[in-house]
Design a protein around this ligand. Structure first.
Ligand code: F0G
Length: 419
């Protein structure tokens, strides 16, 4: 299949053999452009559904040239779960969660890494690098390990959740924490990659987004059609860009008859894209000192902001920001009402939905899919802080009964063995 890299601003086109992340002419972001004409009539839901349910089910739409180099951990194929109890709390009629925490390293990043690390091998790279708020680091470290590549990770010191850090170091990555934020870490790793020929795997890398777009295919595949809205958190804004690209490809291939409207959610302390979209401005203003409990999306200068704005505008979408309190409340409700453990950034999608329904900007009768991007265990410290603490008592039945007296008195639903 013919594949090109195309600048989203000046339209310049480059061959896929060039190792570039941005346009060499004007510096803007690049899109991977597939010639879908060649696939009309070749791909269909029947063709896809005859295969395993993972990212590679959609092989024809993934621009990898050497199958023998594919680095996979059976990523994707995550559950789409109908959440009726949560829907009631939110005030919506029909709500699904796409549970990306079920990916091999516990976040949606694995979809992008399977393609990104495969590309690294195709290009002959020996080392890969990224800046990260944690999940990209965990995922890249795992896929690099599987591929036998060296992994270099730059993190904002003290601002990465414990589970993610544990993964990065256990998979053998070289991890450096900087006394600064993610945006600074990204600027540093981009220079590092350029100076030393290390393959960059942040979401500025357009190949990574090719893997991430499969979440769009899966949602339509699982629902058997388009929902009215897809809601997701935005950080560096790679995911919303990838989601929209995937949906547009399905439209072009006539594998879906309409596009869902996209909703991007950010935390109030890190909301440059939401602010720009809501104001209708053409000028992007980064947030200098981003802050939120949802450390995954603690980003003030998202590299893909222009692709995100394009996705929101083209899909007739919405954007909303939510407070840390709203995020934590949503995280607790998802956990307690549905049994789904998600990290704070992921809960932002549900918090955003609730706000939009309450404001009346999102019709409560819509069918909504919220993407929950990462697993609860990514940030165990925050989960414990936000929850009721366990009681500690002596190892005696009486003591345990006393500690549980309230719950025992209200929950004796089963007949006792003697009766
Ligand atoms: N949710 C989670 C759990 C994330 O880890 C991220 C991003 C996002 C949402 C936002 O996605 O950047 O594509 O808009 N985490 C990156 C990282 C920045 O380094 O792990 P995005």
């Amino acid at each position: 299949m013919k594949v090109e890299l195309k600048c989203i601003s000046c339209g310049a086109v480059f061959p896929p053999s060039m190792v570039i992340y941005t346009c060499p002419k004007c510096g803007s972001l690049l899109d991977v452009v597939l010639s879908l004409d060649e696939l009309q009539g070749v791909v269909s839901w029947n063709v896809f559904r005859a295969r395993c349910f993972n990212v590679w089910r959609y092989r024809e739409l993934l621009p990898v040239f050497d199958d023998s180099k594919i680095v996979s951990l059976d990523e994707g194929g995550t559950p789409l779960i109908k959440c009726d109890r949560l829907a009631k709390w939110v005030g919506a009629r029909s709500l699904y969660i796409k549970f990306e925490g079920a990916n091999p390293t516990g976040s949606f990043k694995d979809r992008g890494m399977t393609v990104g690390v495969t590309k690294a091998l195709e290009y002959g790279a020996k080392a890969v690098a990224c800046a990260s708020t944690g999940n990209t680091a965990a995922s890249m470290a795992a896929y690099a390990a599987r591929a036998g590549l060296k992994a270099i990770i730059i993190l904002p010191w003290g601002k990465v959740a414990l589970g993610k850090l544990a993964q990065a170091v256990m998979h053998g990555a070289e991890v450096v924490g900087i006394e600064g934020n993610f945006d600074q870490a990204l600027a540093i790793v981009r220079s590092l990659s350029e100076r030393h020929g290390i393959y960059l795997l942040n979401s500025v890398n357009p190949w990574r987004l090719e893997g991430q777009k499969t979440v769009a295919y899966e949602i339509i595949d699982q629902l058997g059609g388009a929902p009215d809205f897809i809601i997701l958190p935005m950080g560096n804004c790679g995911n919303i860009s990838a989601l929209w690209k995937g949906l547009k490809e399905l439209l072009e291939l006539k594998l879906v008859d309409r596009a869902p409207r996209l909703v991007g959610v950010q935390a109030t302390g890190a909301s440059p894209v939401v602010d720009m979209f809501k104001s209708g401005s053409e000028v992007f203003k980064p947030v200098e000192n981003p802050e939120t409990v949802a450390t995954a999306i603690r980003i003030g200068n998202p590299v893909n902001w222009s692709k995100a704005i394009r996705a929101l505008r083209e899909s007739d979408g919405l954007a909303e920001k939510v407070t840390d309190e709203e995020i934590i409340k949503a995280q607790q409700m998802i956990a307690c009402l549905e049994g789904l453990g998600v990290e704070p950034a992921s809960a932002a999608s549900i918090a955003g939905l609730k706000k939009l329904v309450e404001e009346g900007s999102l019709d409560a009768n819509s069918t909504v899919v919220c993407i929950c991007t990462g697993h609860l265990l990514k940030d165990p410290e925050q989960a414990v802080r936000a929850s009721r603490q366990p009681l500690k008592v002596k190892a005696e039945l009486d003591e345990v009964e006393r500690a549980l007296s309230y719950i025992i008195s209200t929950a004796h639903a089963l007949p006792l063995p003697s009766s």
